[in-house]
Structure formats: structure tokens, C-alpha cells
Design a protein around this ligand. Structure first.
Ligand code: GDP
Ligand code: MG
Length: 212
């Protein structure tokens, strides 16, 4: 994956978008798994809805939440009848009742363990914050599963370019990631949109990582 922007057609041109529905519980309804799926994960308020909307150039695909922790279902969106973007529930929001918090982990884990069409995960982290224990647990879980993972560092417009570069190196090193796995992103300036779109296309095109 190249970091430099290449001239040419933009990656992942969106011709058709459709909301397929939501999954509320492990083993509950979910759309038929026929298209490759890319899932998006991160703590509440990290900027996941904003990133999804920026990725598909659509202002209200995923609702930008005024109430963090409110979206507790897994939402499925078909793109171009070719792939499905999977919006996992935001986790780890302190003000969400313990009972609610106990629900997201089994839901997310069962999705990740059983989705036959899953091709990769985009894990979101706020560029300004150190990864939380929940973030680290999620990344460890993904590493154990062996699912290809891209990390986007969100809200980079809130820091100077110099500070962003420092934070990108710090977070990449502290999580033991490869630099090509990490994409700085801003829903405000759209920085990183095309790089993320290319990464998503590559994940979709790659053969499945699941063993037999
Ligand atoms: N400055 C800035 N604010 C952002 C960015 N992405 C999200 N936000 C803000 O962060 C808050 C949470 O965003 P949202 O997309 O709802 O996060 P979610 O809970 O992870 O879906 C909202 O107030 C957004 O406007 C970004 O790239 N830059
Ligand atoms: Mg959201």
C-alpha cells in the first residue's frame, strides 16, 4: 500500500448505497452473508459515524451521534452491490450502564467469530488519546483471530501537522503496528479518505484470511 497520492480515478466510487438492517443480539437477524464485509470498530465518540459518512461521501449514512453510546446494534450497509460496510457498536463509553456495556462485547465478538464474509477490520482510535484498555483488548482479539486490520487515527484536524506525525509514530510503536496499517484521518478535511478507500478495496480483493 503506497502512502503517496496517485493521480487517477478516486478509489471506491460510490454508485449505490443501501441500508440492509441492524443486528441486535448474537445469533439474531443479520443480512445474508453473500458479499465481502469490512467492519468498523472503535469506542463511542471516536468519530466512526463521521468516518463512514466521509468514506461513502454521504452525509447521513451513519448518524453522527449527539448521544455517545446510543448505537448498540450492528448496522449493515451495502455499497455498489459489491461489498458491505459493517458499523459495529461503539464500546467503552463510561456513562453507559454496566448492563448495556455487558451486551456489546458478546455481540461484537460473535459477529467477528462467525462472519464468513468478513475480509477486514478498520479499527478507529482518536489521534489525541492513548489507546484505552478496551481499545487494546479489541486489537488483541483481532490479532488472535488473525483478521487483517487497518487502524485509522481520527480527528487529526484537531492537532498541528507536526503533532500528528509525532502521535502517529507513538501510537504505531506503542501498539506494535506496521506503519502501512495506520492511516491518519479527518472527517473535517477529508484527509485519509482516499487512502482508507484504497485500503478497503484491497481488503475486499484479498482472498479470505479464515482457515478452512
Ligand atoms: N474536528 C473533528 N471532529 C470530529 C471528527 N470526526 C468526528 N468528530 C466529532 O466527534 C463527535 C463524535 O463523532 P461521531 O462520528 O458521532 O462518533 P461515533 O460515536 O464514533 O460514531 C462529533 O461531535 C463529531 O462532529 C473529525 O475528523 N474532526
Ligand atoms: Mg456513531
Amino acid at each position: 500500500m503506497s502512502r503517496t497520492e496517485k493521480p487517477g480515478p478516486e478509489p471506491l466510487v460510490i454508485r449505490r448505497l443501501a441500508f440492509l438492517g441492524g443486528q441486535a443480539s448474537p445469533g439474531g437477524w443479520r443480512p445474508e452473508a453473500v458479499l465481502p464485509e469490512i467492519a468498523f470498530s472503535g469506542r463511542s465518540n471516536v468519530g466512526k459515524s463521521s468516518l463512514l459518512n466521509t468514506l461513502v461521501r454521504h452525509n447521513s449514512l451513519a448518524r453522527v451521534s449527539q448521544q455517545p453510546g446510543k448505537t448498540r446494534e450492528i448496522n449493515f450497509f451495502a455499497v455498489n452491490d459489491a461489498l458491505v460496510l459493517v458499523d459495529l457498536p461503539g464500546y467503552g463509553y463510561a456513562r453507559v450502564a454496566q448492563q448495556e456495556r455487558a451486551k456489546w462485547r458478546p455481540l461484537i465478538e460473535s459477529y467477528l467469530e462467525t462472519s464468513t464474509q468478513l475480509r477486514g477490520i478498520v479499527q478507529l482510535l482518536d489521534v489525541r488519546r492513548d489507546p484505552s484498555p478496551d481499545d487494546r483488548q479489541m486489537l488483541e482479539f483481532l490479532a488472535e483471530l488473525g483478521v487483517p486490520t487497518i487502524v485509522t487515527l481520527t480527528k487529526v484536524d484537531k492537532l498541528s501537522a507536526t503533532r500528528v506525525a509525532t502521535r502517529v509514530s507513538e501510537i504505531t510503536a506503542s501498539l506494535g503496528l506496521e506503519p502501512v496499517q495506520v492511516i491518519p484521518f479527518s472527517a473535517v478535511t477529508r484527509l485519509g479518505r482516499d487512502e482508507l478507500a484504497s485500503a478497503v478495496e484491497e481488503l475486499v480483493a484479498a482472498p479470505t484470511w479464515r482457515q478452512g
